[in-house]
Ligand binder design. Structure first.
Ligand SMILES: CCCCCCCCCC/C=C\CCC/C=C/C(=O)SCCNC(=O)CCNC(=O)[C@H](O)C(C)(C)COP(=O)(O)OP(=O)(O)OC[C@H]1O[C@@H](n2cnc3c(N)ncnc32)[C@H](O)[C@@H]1OP(=O)(O)O
Ligand SMILES: Cc1cc2nc3c(=O)[nH]c(=O)nc-3n(C[C@H](O)[C@H](O)[C@H](O)COP(=O)(O)OP(=O)(O)OC[C@H]3O[C@@H](n4cnc5c(N)ncnc54)[C@H](O)[C@@H]3O)c2cc1C
Length: 627
């Protein structure tokens, strides 16, 4: 209710206005509304803040830079930099991606050379492709970066390490000597974020600025490893775990709220010719577009909660020096981020398109969501690369399953019980336990199929790396199948253990079945190819999905209302709670800058001569053209 937090109409602002407005609002929220003892930008309030603000800035500062200080810094370094960063007295970003490399981290070219005589690191981007490119908050906001660079001592390379580098003067905010920094320009979304470029030339930093939890350099240049070097990748795992809730589940929930509410209001066409125009939500085709996406919100939310818990438990173990869970967590977080961002981004576009022309208007609030969700498929690990990382782990586990009984998220790879489906009616296929078994079997077969194909190629003399490359599409499918069985399995378990009313549990169970059946019907080739379902059972699976659409239709609006987004957050003429779509759209359009004058003088000057000729002809004073 604080007017300082109300959103002006973002679509009618310039990019620079949105950048400034997001910074004002974020700092107001974090420094005025929230401050109290013990609060940090990575505390539980963040999920409310991220929910309450449509556009905020300092996402990387709060969501990546600060957590990295905790992950990679020694206690002394944390004590020095965390309080400054948590209180926004320094603004940082996570500078890893370069103009020439983003996925292949071993290819990064920025170098940190140790200067023993001065006990400093000399940071250099040796060529243009080494320039840091993309980091959020870096173009105009950050005065520090957590720079990921190749450590070099006496000509020997030690791999990627994290360095704290100041890039702007803390008084003038001007770039420091050797620093060329700026904004990378207009993007598909994230208008309020200054993703930047950073070119460093002979920038010197003290030896103490190497974040040294995992390794350190002594004054004489001796390099000491202090733990599992894979933990250097830890920041990416944590962000992949966290971004699912913030950047996939929440935006998709907003898009579904808008589209379902609008579909309940928008009347268009007839089903029964003798009756009146129907709300488009009565069309089964519309239900088939919208309701599986609503189900995805819930299932992704439940699975993400389980992943966050797994990451929390893993983090406690790492503190005790036990990193054994890292490979599974890396594979699961990489696969979940890739598959759920793919589903979420596609789902947001499906529901946008289901709103017709008004879904194409920025006044719907949907293009903002769709464009922003597209970024989740690329940042924090491009999806293909992430799915292949997940597949790499699955293939290893499938080999191990031949001799060991597996546990954790891959346990089903060593389950050799009879998994044939005996469903005779569409009701049988709405049973959670049946849906879980079907997904486990499909995933197991997909992993084994990809593995077998590669083994056969290698047996016939193909080098393993070429077999991997040629079977990449099958490996990606195996990763998707693994994640789908994880999402369905964890959701079924979560719902069964939820203490809630029977009516709510019924709805959630229906949504879970809808999500699983929609996935089966969208991938029935796999389910038939791997012998999970017969062709007749595939027909039953379609019937089962249509039946759930019918059962859920009456509660569709109530279900999205339960996401409880305010009109100010949705910023949507189509999704406002009062349903006054047309009045809101008209008011919104009238506020467009184009309409601040009745005649748009800048363009009218070009049109005027021709219009006056036309006037003269029509008033009998001029000659008509020969056309
Ligand atoms: C004020 C409001 C605040 C709101 C707060 C909101 C909170 C959070 C929301 C944030 C939302 C949006 C922010 C987005 C910001 C985006 C940031 C970025 O994009 S940062 C840059 C991200 N970049 C990447 O992810 C790079 C992807 N590439 C890689 O990870 C690597 O290159 C890799 C590993 C895929 C390939 O490299 P390499 O070839 O060396 O690896 P191999 O395949 O050979 O594997 C080697 C070995 O390492 C293991 N491995 C790989 N990665 C990891 C990992 N991450 N963790 C652990 N282990 C890893 C791999 O499994 C192999 O092991 P092996 O035993 O040999 O199989
Ligand atoms: C909105 C946004 C915010 C970002 N924020 C940050 C940030 O704060 N900090 C930061 O460091 N970075 C950030 N990034 C950069 C992001 O992490 C990289 O864009 C991402 O890691 C992909 O790397 P790349 O762009 O170099 O693509 P590349 O790695 O060049 O990949 C290009 C394409 O090649 C294909 N490909 C690549 N490798 C493989 C492979 N092994 N197998 C099969 N196909 C492959 C894929 O199709 C991929 O899309 C951000 C990016 C965006 C879009």
């Amino acid at each position: 209710n604080d007017t300082s937090m109300q959103h002006r109409n973002l679509n009618h602002m310039t990019r620079e206005e949105r950048f400034s407005e997001a910074m004002r609002r974020t700092l107001y929220a974090l420094k005025v509304l929230l401050p109290r003892e013990g609060w940090t930008p990575v505390g539980p309030e963040m999920k409310y803040l991220a929910r309450a603000i449509k556009e905020f800035t300092f996402i990387i500062h709060a969501g990546v830079f600060i957590p990295c200080i905790m992950s990679y810094g020694t206690n002394e370094q944390i004590a020095k930099w965390f309080p400054l960063a948590a209180d926004f007295r320094i603004i940082g970003t996570y500078a890893q991606t370069e103009l020439g490399h983003g996925s292949f981290l071993r290819g990064l070219e920025t170098i940190a050379t140790y200067d023993r005589a001065n006990q400093e690191f000399i940071i250099n981007c040796p060529k243009i492709t080494a320039m840091k490119w993309w980091p959020g908050d870096m173009g105009k906001s950050a005065n520090h970066v957590l720079l990921m660079a190749e450590l070099v001592i006496d000509g020997k390379k030690y791999g990627m390490h994290g360095f704290m580098v100041q890039i702007r003067d803390l008084t003038t905010h001007e770039p420091l000597p050797g620093v060329t920094v700026g904004d990378i320009g207009a993007k598909l979304s994230f208008e309020s974020v200054d993703n930047g470029f950073l070119y460093l030339q002979n920038v010197r930093i003290p030896r103490e600025n190497l974040l040294s939890k995992l390794s350190e350099v002594h004054p004489d240049g001796t390099y000491i490893k202090k733990g599992n070097q894979r933990l250097m990748y830890g920041s990416m795992v944590r962000v992949r775990v966290n971004l699912i809730a913030h950047e996939i589940v929440m935006p998709l929930a907003k898009a579904c709220t808008i589209a379902v509410r609008y579909s309940a209001v928008r009347r268009q066409g007839l089903i029964n010719p003798s009756k009146e125009e129907v709300p488009v939500l009565d069309y089964v085709a519309q239900q088939h577009k919208l309701l599986p996406q609503v189900a995805t919100v819930f299932m992704a939310h439940f699975a993400a909660k389980q992943l966050v818990k797994m990451h929390h438990d893993y983090s406690l173990e790492v503190e005790k020096g036990n990193t054994s869970q890292l490979p599974e967590l890396h594979a699961l977080s990489a696969g979940m981020k890739a598959c759920l961002s793919e589903q979420g981004a596609a789902g947001a576009e499906i529901v946008r398109r289901a709103c017709g022309g008004h879904g194409y208007s920025c006044g719907s609030g949907l293009p903002f969501i769709v464009n922003r969700m597209l970024a989740t498929c690329t940042y924090e690990g491009e999806n293909t690369v992430m799915q292949l990382q997940c597949a790499r782990y699955l293939i290893k586990c499938a080999d191990q399953a031949k001799k060991d009984k597996l546990t954790g998220s891959v346990w089903y790879l060593s389950d050799f019980s009879n998994m044939s489906c005996t469903a005779q009616t569409f009701g049988d296929l709405q049973e959670p336990s049946v849906l879980v078994k079907l997904h486990e079997r499909r995933a197991k077969c997909a992993v084994q199929h990809a593995g077998k194909k590669m083994q056969n190629m290698v047996k016939n003399g193909t080098p393993a790396h070429d077999a991997w490359n040629m079977m990449a599409t099958l490996l990606i499918n195996a990763a998707r199948a693994h994640i789908m069985q994880y999402v369905v399995g964890t959701s079924v378990t979560y719902i069964s253990e939820l203490s809630c009313s029977a009516s709510l549990k019924k709805i959630l169970t229906q949504l879970c079945a809808l999500y699983a059946l929609h996935n089966i019907n969208s991938n029935c080739g796999d389910f038939v190819k791997f012998g999970c379902l017969t062709s007749a059972q595939c027909d039953l699976a379609q019937e089962a999905e249509f039946n759930l659409l019918k059962q859920l239709r009456p509660d569709a609006v109530g279900i999205v209302d339960s996401f409880d987004f305010t009109d100010d957050i949705l910023q949507s003429c189509l999704g406002a709670y009062d349903g006054n779509v047309y009045e809101r759209l008209f008011e919104w359009a009238k506020q467009a800058p184009m309409n601040k004058t009745e005649v748009h003088q800048d363009s009218y000057q070009y049109l005027q001569p021709y219009l006056h000729e036309g006037r003269d002809v029509l008033e009998g004073r001029g000659r008509n053209s020969k056309l």
